[in-house]
Design a protein around this ligand. Structure first.
Ligand SMILES: Nc1ncnc2c1ncn2[C@@H]1O[C@H](COP(=O)(O)OP(=O)(O)OP(=O)(O)O)[C@@H](O)[C@H]1O
Ligand SMILES: [Mg+2]
Length: 624
């Protein structure tokens, strides 16, 4: 059994733990309508119940004028007959009371459902989008900003809920009110019903068209608003520049230009909305005059009762009240749909790096890594590797050297399958990494990146990220080994201190040591160090060296460093140049060969590589 397998104890050749979190990405629809329907389907029971209660409330409200008509007709009949009023009005009064009770019960039942469903719906949308987002590739996250993505998640969740509410609480009750009013009016006069029907058809279509036209203004206004926010963010984050160059006045004037633009756009939008309101008020007036005038004419010829006249008038009033904001609601509806569309287009794209069908967990027994004829380019016109073949033996400690930009970090990214090669294979213990689950691959590799990021969580949590079930003592032990314990204890709250967004409250070297402690906890069979100690002074680096020795024991290790003294003691050194291996051997062999490496070794003033060949020439010129 290899040392690695031995250390992993009884688990031996068992798959390197597939973390429980290997939740599959949900299949999400890519159109706004499909997206909303998905969640309506999930909560179908709730939605149907709300449809029923809203319909109930709406029917009860619009029936009130009808109950009043019945009461008035009963009173008139009793007066005409000269008898007692109560027996005749009793039934209509019960109807009136029943309708009022119906409004209260239906509206509150629907309100209760909203309280239960609303937050749950938003949570579900946001969580599913988050899980979907987690499966996106490194490339995706490099071209989409974290803040923008987080906003989108919240916005889509909010918009899905609001779309649903607009349909359930605005459009649907209004449709019911229209239909019930038409039926009630048709009961007293077909002509009146026709007048109302014509008005409704015209009003809804014109409102819709106006909302469509207003959309352009609303969009421009929203764009202007976010432009201003963007400019303010940019200016605030560059406040240092503004101070250093005494340019605060310039910044104010610069912002004023954009604020003026926002004002202009806002006025355009609001003027258009004002025109919509003109239409609404005029339409309401027409309906009022039309219905009342017409009903009056019918009444005066004895064609309807006083009660029926009162009903027609109050129906018109109620409808006008309900229909008043229709254009604005259409406009908001478009806005929600637009938000969902933007969010879905940004987030619900096909995933770039996915587990192959039937992917199995990686089984690491020895820790051998092989690159076979690997070709890779971030962008097609600039290949990084072309047919690269390279292998690292089990338990071997390899240093990678090369000028900045020669492809060292890229090699490591490919091993972690953060990017996929366009050709060739990468094998770990004979298994093509394209055929194993990504979670198991990354669980088998501990990586300390060039610029480690930390969560805005406590130091304890940040280190424990390497192994979630590690005890406090184990975390502290790892921190000691990484020479992080002392500076952690010197912070105000020790291990409970927060480190600021992405770890900004720590120095570069402190962040690296936290990352090192985390990697120590992880105990993965393959270890990748990408400039893991570059930000440390040589004294601290030397102190850490023996912890690193401990960490590297019985593991396959790849160390990238510009400071060659960091690599000299490793088993093997591979020299990269423009994506090709140009030298490969131990430190002594390479020195003896007197090639590229030997040259760099001798050039290295104070243990650092020159930044580029130009820098090297310059250094040589200075030295010579
Ligand atoms: N995400 C990316 N998108 C496009 N090109 C990239 C990306 N990352 C790196 N590159 C390019 O790929 C090449 C190799 O970069 P890589 O980061 O592997 O270099 P490196 O050897 O690690 O350099 P350094 O020593 O500076 O860390 C460079 O030309 C770089 O500009
Ligand atoms: Mg790099």
């Amino acid at each position: 059994m290899s040392p690695v397998a031995a250390e992993r104890g009884a688990a031996g050749a068992a798959p390197v733990g597939e973390p429980a979190a290997a939740e599959r990405a949900p299949r999400l629809p890519r159109t706004p309508l499909g997206f909303c329907l998905r969640y309506m389907r999930v909560y179908l029971g709730f939605v149907l119940a709300m449809i029923v209660f809203e319909a109930g409330q709406s029917v009860c409200s619009i029936m009130l004028p009808y109950a009043i008509k019945r009461i008035m007709d009963a009173v008139a009949a009793a007066q005409a007959a000269g008898g007692a009023v109560w027996p005749l009005v009793e039934q209509p009064l019960w109807l009136f009371a029943g309708l009022n009770l119906g409004i209260v019960l239906c509206s509150r039942a629907s309100g209760a459902l909203l309280v239960i469903l609303g937050p749950e719906l938003r949570r579900r949308v946001r969580r599913e989008l988050f899980v979907y987002l987690q499966h996106h590739s490194q490339r995706y996250f490099m071209s989409n900003f974290a803040g923008a993505l987080a906003n989108r998640l919240a916005e889509v969740a909010q918009s899905v809920a609001h779309t649903l509410w607009t349909v359930l609480f605005d459009f649907w009750p209004l449709a019911i009110s229209f239909v019930v009013s038409l039926v009630l009016l048709a009961g007293v006069s077909t002509d009146l019903a026709l007048v109302l029907g014509g008005w409704v058809a015209a009003y809804v279509s014109i409102s819709y068209l106006l909302a469509l036209r207003c959309r352009r203004y609303a969009r421009d206004y929203a764009a202007a608003r976010s432009l201003v926010s963007g400019k303010i963010v940019d200016s605030v984050s560059n406040v240092m520049n503004a101070k250093l160059f005494a340019r605060r006045e310039h910044e104010r004037r610069y912002l004023d230009g954009y604020l003026d633009l926002e004002v202009a756009r806002a006025r355009e939008t609001f003027w258009f909305m004002e025109r919509i309101r003109w239409f609404q008020f005029l339409a309401a007036m027409l309906l009022m005059l039309g219905i009342i005038g017409y009903a009056l004419a019918i009444w005066s010829t004895g064609g309807m009762s006083a009660g029926a006249f009162a009903m027609a008038a109050s129906l018109a009033l109620l409808l006008i009240e309900q229909a008043r904001g229709l254009s604005r609601r259409f406009l908001e509806f478009f806005e929600y749909i637009g938000n969902i569309n933007d969010g879905v287009t940004m987030i619900v794209r096909p995933h770039e790096v996915v587990d192959a069908a039937g992917a199995v967990p990686l089984v690491v027994t020895r820790g051998e890594v092989g690159f076979e004829h690997v070709s890779f380019a971030y962008t097609p016109e600039r290949p990084v590797f072309e047919g690269l073949s390279l292998s690292f033996r089990a338990g071997e400690r390899v240093g990678l050297v090369g000028y900045s930009g020669s492809g060292k970090s890229t090699l490591v990214n490919l091993m972690l399958r953060l990017f996929e090669p366009q050709a060739g294979r990468i094998l770990v213990d004979g298994q093509d990494i394209a055929g194993v689950t990504q979670e198991s691959l990354r669980a088998a590799i501990a990586m300390i990146p060039q610029d480690p990021m930390l969560f805005h969580r406590t130091l304890m949590e940040n280190i424990r990220y390497g192994r979630l079930d590690a005890s406090d003592d184990e975390v502290i032990e790892a921190a000691r080994r990484a020479h992080a314990h002392d500076f952690i204890m010197a912070t105000e709250q020790g291990y409970a201190s927060l480190v600021g967004e992405r770890g900004v409250k720590l120095s570069g070297g402190q962040r690296q040591r936290i990352a090192l402690a985390r990697a120590i906890l992880k105990r993965a069979p393959i270890l990748l160090l990408d400039e893991a100690t570059s930000a440390l002074d040589s004294v601290t680096e030397r102190e850490i060296q023996h912890s690193l020795e401990f960490l590297m024991r019985d593991r396959t290790v790849v160390v990238i460093a510009h400071r060659l003294s960091t690599l000299a003691h490793l088993d093997r050194i591979v020299v990269f140049h423009e994506g090709r291996v140009i030298e490969d051997g131990s430190h002594d062999e390479l020195l003896a060969r007197d090639g590229h490496y030997a040259h760099m070794w001798h050039m290295q003033a104070g243990g650092f590589l020159p930044e580029s060949e130009a820098g090297e020439r310059q250094a040589r010129a200075l030295a010579g």
